[in-house]
Design a protein around this ligand. Structure first.
Ligand SMILES: [Zn+2]
Length: 460
């Protein structure tokens, strides 16, 4: 039997392990065998370990690969930046454009999204039901080597914008077929979840059936869940429950459930998430850019204090509008300090946990990824510190969260495979892809008749 391929990250300036002791190993090495981490320690301890490939990491800060818990990866790359700040909610136009995507277009835009995610250090993301053509996109996931959590996005009720709506039975059977077909593909890198859009746009029967499906297949379920004053009033009028109580009454909670956004929760709702082990995915940049009122509605510190597992998300290229989780964790670290006028809120270390171990636990993959420990899957990011924003370097966590961004991501390893190698990927011709996606955007706008003022300033 041939020996399994080995890879050594040698003598890193710092290895940020996020292990149970939260060790930061100065002069650290990581030995990878096939798809798993075999050993993590001081370079001297691993000096005798030979490997097929050795990466000299003396100028690198090594972290676990990042997880992105809410990342619509479908249409938006083709039309990024079309919404001026004063147009109001872009959602009706967003869903109109998304519904008009063809298979080939979605493959190209997804591929571009994945390039951006990987180049910024994300190794695993949840697409909350945007992808319409998983057969076409499978090739992109496979070529790129990324981990994905996808699902069939469904609703069976009226919505204020165009979402995929089916009869209840059909929504259930589509979700069931999707999970059966996709869950566990790509050597386990692809997971398929149930993905009702939200509690408001799905019937009680549909929600209950999808939770049952997730349980039966030992997989997950995610939905959009914010409970601001308006949604609260509507829900109470319609069901006699507050939104989270309503979902609880249907049993749509538990460790395999991830609520996205979770703005506006009250203390009782947070207790409910904590009691049931329900996780959350929050999108700090979307919340800030969308003027959602983190000061009033953001409850991240309380969720974490109660032990709720929270992942961060970048939402969509027309919400946040970037796919750089390092910028998202910077926002998570700073926005609560400002909102609460309290510098102790969300320390840098906590922010980093959201994008690594805590986030991975929220998505049910915490046993496999999220920290650098022997036996875990080999998902790592190497940051290049030979850049001005990393100087001077005394505390790699502070520098990462407050100084750096994804542009210093030098090398990314997923499942033991180097997918970004010294800033480069080899699975797609980027200049050609950029040109293609620009063309897709122009055609998509023309085809759908979406015509918005392009700029507040004259483009001459
Ligand atoms: Zn979403």
């Amino acid at each position: 039997m041939p020996a399994m391929p080995t890879l050594k990250i040698d003598n890193a300036r710092y290895v940020v392990t996020v292990d149970p002791q939260r060790r930061i190993i100065q002069g650290g090495s990581v030995l990878i065998e096939n798809d798993r981490i075999r050993q993590v320690g001081k370079a001297a301890e691993l000096a005798g370990a030979r490997a097929d490939r050795v990466i000299d990491a003396r100028h690198m800060v090594v972290t676990p690969g990042f997880v992105n818990g809410h990342m619509h990866i479908s249409y938006a790359h083709a039309v990024r930046g079309i919404f001026l700040d004063d147009i109001g909610s872009p959602l009706p136009t967003v869903f109109k454009l998304q519904m008009a995507m063809t298979e080939e277009e979605e493959h190209a835009t997804s591929l571009l999204g994945i390039v951006e995610l990987l180049k910024n250090g994300t190794v695993c993301f949840v697409d909350p039901g945007s992808t319409k053509f998983p057969d076409a996109c499978l090739q992109a996931y496979e070529d790129a080597g990324i981990r994905v959590i996808i699902g069939e996005g469904v609703t069976d009720r009226e919505a204020p914008f165009r979402l995929p709506r089916y009869a209840t039975d059909e929504a259930i059977s589509r979700s069931s077929s999707f999970i059966k077909k996709w869950h566990g593909r790509l050597n386990g890198r692809l997971r398929a979840w149930a993905m009702p859009f939200s509690g408001e746009t799905c019937s009680a029967d549909l929600l209950r059936a999808l939770k049952r499906l997730a349980d039966e297949h030992r997989t997950g379920l995610t939905l959009h869940h914010s409970t601001g004053p308006q949604i609260r009033a509507e829900c109470e009028a319609r069901f006699g429950f507050r939104p989270t109580e309503y979902l609880e009454s249907l049993g749509i909670m538990g460790p395999n459930v991830v609520y996205a956004h979770v703005l506006g929760l009250d203390d009782a709702e947070i207790d409910c998430l904590a009691r049931t082990g329900t996780a959350a995915a929050m999108c700090p940049v979307t919340a800030a850019k969308g003027g959602r009122g983190v000061g009033e509605h953001g409850r991240l510190p309380e969720l974490l204090a109660k032990g709720v597992k929270v992942a961060l998300g970048c939402d969509s290229p027309n919400n946040s509008n970037h796919l750089d989780i390092v910028r998202a964790l910077n926002m998570a670290a700073i926005q609560y300090k400002d909102a609460r006028q309290d510098m102790k809120q969300i320390p840098a270390e906590t922010a980093l946990e959201l994008a690594t171990l805590t986030g991975a636990q929220a998505l049910g993959v915490g046993d496999e990824i999220g920290s650098l420990e022997a036996g875990k899957k080999a998902d790592l990011v190497l940051f290049d510190t030979q850049r001005p924003e990393w100087q001077a370097l005394f505390n790699p966590i502070n520098n990462l969260v407050y100084n750096a961004d994804g542009r210093s991501v030098h090398t990314v390893i997923v499942d033991g495979r180097v997918v970004i190698d010294a800033y480069r990927q080899t699975f797609v011709d980027e200049p050609r892809l950029y040109a293609k996606v620009q063309e897709i955007g122009e055609k998509l706008l023309a085809r759908t008749g979406v015509s918005l003022p392009r700029s507040r300033w004259p483009i001459v």
